[in-house]
Design a protein around this ligand. Structure first.
Ligand SMILES: [Zn+2]
Length: 203
């Protein structure tokens, strides 16, 4: 009984999200953008299929392409954070990571957008100090339940990794903005999901 209570408390208070249990949809998430060409193409494909997705943006890239961040937000997609430098957690000091997280409110003010306080650590890595700071500043650590492996696999394999039989309601799917193959396969995937009655949502 005690263990059950403990695991329930952990479940509700845990800063980690890997799957949205109450949803009937799957969640497409794109890391490492904004990318100067691909992100715009992804926005157009999502619009065409009337689908919204979530984008885990890198601060360094947002500095270069703020207009794409604005466009992502204006087209109804969810903006989330993927660090400033895309470096390893062990390279971040408590205060440098604090500065990185604080930059998000500058982006909100300067670009005129709103972020959801979902942080996806680069390489999925956290240290005691980065996790502590995320908890103090009330960020949720948003991971994924299905990796498309678009960083590693060929186009057809990626489609196979996320095909309708490999995903179920509530799954959070990991993709990246910066691979051309992801842009090419996205319409094929969305058409297949549509045919199989799988709906996609933003976080
Ligand atoms: Zn990344």
């Amino acid at each position: 009984m005690i263990n059950k209570v403990k695991s329930l408390i952990f479940f509700f208070l845990s800063p980690f999200v890997v799957k949205r249990l109450k949803s009937q949809s799957v969640f497409l998430t794109f890391d490492d953008g904004p990318h100067p060409e691909n992100t715009q193409k992804i926005i157009n494909i999502l619009k065409h299929f009337n689908v919204k997705a979530s984008f885990f943006l890198s601060g360094k890239e947002m500095d270069k392409y703020p207009h794409i961040v604005k466009e992502l937000y204006d087209s109804g997609n969810t903006l989330c954070y993927h660090s400033y430098y895309h470096d390893h957690a062990k390279e971040k000091s408590f205060s440098s990571f604090y500065d990185e997280l604080k930059k998000v409110s500058e982006y909100e003010k300067n670009i005129g957008v709103k972020f959801k306080k979902f942080y996806r650590p680069p390489y999925g890595e956290l240290t005691v100090s980065t996790l502590t700071l995320l908890i103090i500043l009330r960020w949720k650590v948003l991971l994924w339940s299905v990796d498309s492996r678009d960083s590693f696999d060929e186009e057809n394999e990626v489609l196979q990794n996320v095909n309708s039989s490999n995903v179920s309601a509530g799954d959070i799917l990991l993709f990246h903005d910066d691979y051309d193959k992801t842009v090419r396969l996205l319409p094929v995937l969305l058409e297949r999901y549509h045919q199989s009655g799988i709906s996609c949502d933003k976080l």
